[in-house]
Design a binder for this molecule. Structure first.
Ligand SMILES: [Zn+2]
Length: 182
């Protein structure tokens, strides 16, 4: 249920205190930076996401505001080995604790390993989902088992060449025809 919540202007405090859970399946169009990474132009890409707010009383009696985020989708990226399209499943599951302001966040950031964000009555949760999915993208996209050895060698040569010249296939043939002198 979205309950008429505006995902780009979420009142985090109310969301957490009322322990609200929302989820959705939205087109990649809603996430333009993520969509920009995808090679496909088909409208079938869906981002599955869910957000859950939670208020937890800590041991020292402090009320902590939490947001739990899960999201997954599939992107088609360029395999950096063979330069052909490759599908990747992205998935994230993270929890964020919201603190009063930037100073508290900075002060507490070194003390613990929690992910801290500043409380915002108009928090853009769509951007957070998008950021997390982008960070979960492979740094060097590759087919899990890339068998295209010829294209791979071309890609490597291209990467090494500063002039980005494609090797002349006839020159390659000449090399192959040369008798080897042992
Ligand atoms: Zn490949």
């Amino acid at each position: 249920m979205k309950n008429n919540l505006h995902l780009n202007q979420l009142d985090i405090l109310t969301f957490a205190k009322s322990a609200t859970s929302i989820s959705g399946d939205d087109a990649l169009d809603l996430f333009p930076r993520l969509k920009g990474e995808d090679l496909r132009e088909s409208p079938n890409e869906i981002v599955h996401w869910s957000l859950r707010g939670e208020e937890i009383k800590s041991e020292d009696g402090e009320n902590q505001i939490w947001l739990h985020l899960q999201a997954k989708t599939q992107l088609t990226l360029t395999c950096q080995r063979c330069l052909a399209p490759a599908n990747f499943d992205l998935g994230v599951s993270r929890s964020f604790r919201f603190v009063a302001d930037e100073q508290v966040a900075l002060a507490q950031d070194d003390e613990n390993e929690e992910d801290l964000l500043v409380i915002d009555r108009k928090f853009n949760s769509l951007e957070l989902i998008e950021d997390e999915l982008i960070m979960s993208m492979p740094i060097v996209p590759r087919h899990p088992s890339c068998h295209n050895a010829y294209l791979a060698s071309l890609a490597e040569e291209n990467a090494q060449s500063t002039e980005f010249e494609r090797p002349n296939p006839f020159a390659v043939l000449e090399q192959l025809k040369k008798p080897t002198n042992h």
